[in-house]
Design a protein around this ligand. Structure first.
Ligand code: BGC
Length: 380
């Protein structure tokens, strides 16, 4: 199932990217590798500031580069594709020496990449793979398929069908679950949903898990731009259409904490979480502080933590390697085919966080403080 889905989506994304075209620009030209850091500018393009993780990513990349003496042009695109294209065009015309790009739509930056290649500007794809272009030089991310497996597994553990050590749990089906995926134009979505569905499918096939809405295809369960409100609306619709017979939702696969909060709001508005009507098990991703509080309070069940500090460090290492005329060190040269070529990647590990893991994984590592977890808000 996962593989079939990957192939289908890859084809669609490639077709889209071939259809895309717009202007470009002239960069500063190739460098010798002997320049001082203060003579070099790194363009960093991030998708949105509505999600904490991208703010943390942007700040971490910027401060790590600045600490090494580089100049940084950091831009956020407000989840608007033309804005991002324009910002990247501008970075190129203003003479950026390396680009670090987290794309909104993985297929929409091909012409910018062509312009970057013409100006000999190396391009690092940051967390979201840019598709349909040969001009992506390196990819830094996490093991995105494993994120999906972790989310599927966390749903099974939350429901009591599995224990944390992978052994069989004591719960018995049938249990009702609903499925959510991220934005289909984000290359990661296919890995997250594919990994989760590979994990859940045997339980769906043998009737232990029942998707009452029958919505199981990526297109049916996707959430454009990963928006919380869109997810809330869809959950509300699912409750009124598939659960108006007195039946209850037991679990929801959610790919991202913002989506999880939308789902939880819809459920709470429908009376879940009061009296005997327990909130379903809801998964997540990114360890956003609002969701960590919800996990700590027993409202959300789990999240997948991806340490953006380490990702920023890898992006900075890769940028520096390119500036010194070296190849960045990859630890995966097989997985990330962008439709045109396999992009060498550095992938970081992930960790599932349940309530019991908050202290060891997030507080002790300095990602969040105990006060922030209690307040559900970041201090800085
Ligand atoms: C990232 C996730 C994030 C999602 C929504 C994905 O590309 O890998 O960490 O939750 O975008 O921002």
């Amino acid at each position: 199932m996962g593989r079939k889905f990957l192939v289908a989506l890859g084809g669609a994304a490639l077709a889209l990217s071939l259809a895309a075209c717009s202007g470009g620009g002239a960069g500063s030209g190739e460098k010798s590798g002997d320049e001082k850091p203060s003579d070099l500018t790194i363009g960093v393009s991030m998708p949105t500031q509505t999600s904490e993780r991208w703010i943390a990513d942007g700040n971490a990349v910027k401060s790590k580069l600045e600490a090494k003496g580089y100049k940084v042009d950091l831009q956020y695109a407000g989840d608007d594709i033309p804005t991002q294209s324009q910002q990247v065009d501008q970075m190129i015309t203003q003479g950026a020496d390396v680009l670090i790009l987290a794309a909104i739509d993985g297929t929409a930056l091909s012409s910018q990449l062509q312009a970057a290649a013409a100006a000999k500007i190396p391009v690092i794809s940051y967390d979201r793979l840019i598709r349909g272009s040969k001009d992506v030089d390196f990819y830094v991310s996490f093991d995105n398929y494993k994120v999906g497996v972790a989310q599927g597994t966390a749903l099974l553990v939350g429901l009591g069908l599995l224990n944390k050590d992978g052994s069989k749990g004591t719960a018995k089906g049938p249990l009702n679950v609903e499925l959510f995926a991220g934005s289909l134009d984000d290359n990661n979505t296919q890995f997250f949903f594919g990994g989760a569905m590979d994990t859940l499918k045997p339980f769906i096939d043998d009737g232990t898990l029942v998707v009452k809405s029958k919505q199981t295809t990526p297109e049916q369960v996707a959430t454009l731009r990963w928006q919380q409100e869109t997810a809330q609306k869809r959950m509300e619709n699912l409750l009124t259409s598939a659960y108006n017979d007195g039946s209850k939702v037991d679990g929801v696969l959610s790919p991202y904490d913002g989506i999880s909060r939308g789902i939880i709001t819809a459920l709470q508005n429908a009376g879940y979480g009061k009296g005997a009507k327990k909130l379903p098990v809801v998964t997540g991703q990114d360890a956003e502080i609002a969701s960590i509080k919800l996990i700590n309070d027993g409202v959300q069940s789990s999240t997948v933590f991806k340490d953006t500090r380490l990702l920023a460090e890898q992006a900075v290492n890769a940028a520096e390697a390119f500036l010194q005329k070296k190849q960045p060190q990859a630890n995966d040269t097989k997985t990330y085919n962008n439709g045109v070529k396999v992009v060498p990647a550095y992938l970081l590990p992930i960790a599932t966080v349940y309530k019991d893991d908050i202290k060891a994984t997030l507080i002790d590592s300095g990602y969040w403080t105990a006060d922030e977890v209690a307040a559900g808000q970041a201090k800085k």
